[in-house]
Structures are given as C-alpha cells and as structure tokens.
Design a protein around this ligand. Sequence first.
Ligand code: OGA
Ligand code: NI
Length: 333
Amino acid sequence: MDKLVSSWYNDQSLPESYIFPPHERPGKLLVPRCNTVPVIDLSDTRTNLVHQILKASQEFGLFQVVNHGVPPNIMSETMSVFHKFFELPAEDKASLTVYTNDPKRCKLVTSTLDYDREKIHLWRDVLRHPCHPDCIEFWPRKPLRYREVVAACSIEAKKLGLQILELLCEGIGIEHGYFEHELTEDLLLRANHYPPCPDPSLTLGIPKHFDPDILTILLQEHISGLQVLKDGEWIGVRPIPNAFVVNIGYILQVISNNKLKGAEHRVVTNSSDHRISVVFCMNPAGNSNIEPAKSVVTATNPPLCRGFQFKEFLDNFYSMEGDADLALQPFKL
Ligand code: OGA
Ligand code: NI
C-alpha cells in the first residue's frame, strides 16, 4: 500500500491516513503572510552581505538569494529534468522504488522512508540520492540528460552553499574554511513532487520540521507551498524566478551554539497544480564530530551540548520521527 501518490491522486478523495490532527492542519489559511522573508542580492558588497545574511539567519533561519552566479539555464534544465522524471511511466521508475538500505543508492518513495510505521502519510513522492561522483552510477538513467544536468546543478549548489557558509563564518566569528571539508562532505539531493490535493486544508506535503543538516539550498518554481515559522506565525516563501531558497540546518544551529537559528518550515499542498522542489542538503560525513565551534563558545555563552558524531544524531533523529530537538537531547549539557 505504498504506491506513489502521483499514481492515484486523481481517483479519490483524501484518504483518512493523510488527515493531520487539527492543530497541525494548515486550515483555510493556505497562503499566509508573504513578502517578509529576506531576499539577499549576492552581488552586493561583502560587508553588506555578511551583515544581511547574518541578520536573516538569526531572525528567520531562512532567506532567498538572487544574483548568485548560478547560470539560469542550469536551474531551468534541472527543473525540467525533474518534471520529466516524475512524468515517466511507472515501469521506468520501478527499479528505484525497490527497497534498499544501501546509502549510496537512489530511492523513490512516497511520503517518507518510514511509510509502514508512520501514523499519517505525507502528500508527496520523493526521490533522494547522494550527489557524490561515486554514486552517479545509481542515479536515474531517464530522462536522458538527468545525470549531466543534475551533476552540473549539484556542483553549483555546493559552491553556493560554501560561499554562504563563508559569509556566515565571518558574521559570527568562526574561522575561515571551517565548513569546507568534512562538515559538508555529503551533498544529498531530495526532489519532492507534490501532486494536486483534493483537500489541502487537512493535509501537508511535509509537516513542521528542521532539516537535520548544515545548510539546505532549495530550488522551487512559480508554485507556492513552502512556509517558514517566524514568531509563531507561518509565512509563505514567495517563489522568485531564478532565486534559491537557503535555510539554516539544525546542525549549523548547534555548531553556532544557537547564534544562528535553524529554520522550522513545512510544505502545504494545493488543489490545482503539481509542485516540484529540488533540495540540496549539505551534510557532514557520518563520522565527523559535531560540537559548538570553539570560537563562539565563551564564559558567558557556554556550549549547549557536548561533541557527538553526526551519525549518532541522525540515528536519534530518525528514531524520534524527525524531531531534531529530541534527537539532540542526549548530548545536551
Ligand atoms: C524538505 C523541505 C521544502 C519544499 O525537503 O526538507 O523542506 O518546498 N522541502 O519542498
Ligand atoms: Ni525541509
């Protein structure tokens, strides 16, 4: 019973197993306040950028970037490749839906990797795979240009992410190059497909969560759906042509010793349009040590947690059903 939502969404009303409890539902207010999420022009001066990115990361944990230098054709071709991918006939996608726990392999699932155990299903299908060159042999073969286009985009996404991390390091006083190697070694791709939904007020594409990574770089189209929680209120992240959405991951919040704020966000569905988002997650290597950076810890700002291996945190995160705060609990001081 874990057929892709995209294969049946048109045939029936919203099944009960997709209905969220009342306090989690988006309700009627599907597109709440807009326009307040910061938009940062990366062609600005370095001094201005350091200031703006730091402010956005402290206040929202999420912002958009424009004039970032990623060629627009790479962005549009990436979107187009994923449209074609999700439109492929079922037989072309079948080999990717086979269960595997090999972390190098590509997985296409509906809802989450935990479909059989979860209480409520999410209104999305998702393709995920590592972006490391060693894993490309497992990437989809169709559409024909998938590997070429997605490889080009993932290289650009990582470059952009490292550039933003450098600006953040300067802003909070972490040494240059801190994130350059182990801490951003694993770039993971997640392509989400949210088909039109018969009742968007009752369900979600993804419920409220922090991304359990360092930084997330997201490509969306002209269809709204992503929202960020700010001061207890959900704010829609307005799609802007050729922009990337950037959000601070929970692990970066930990390394910054809470100087930066991880973004709590969610995705609502809509009843008329398919929505696709392409998400690049900058993740530490599994065995890398995560701890508040020494340079941000002081007598008045003591470390909030002890050091731990990234994979220990991830194990907790998945066994706590994606609750990052609970996953960090065992390491707190
Ligand atoms: C995610 C996520 C947002 C979106 O995949 O973690 O938050 O707009 N996606 O699809
Ligand atoms: Ni997310």
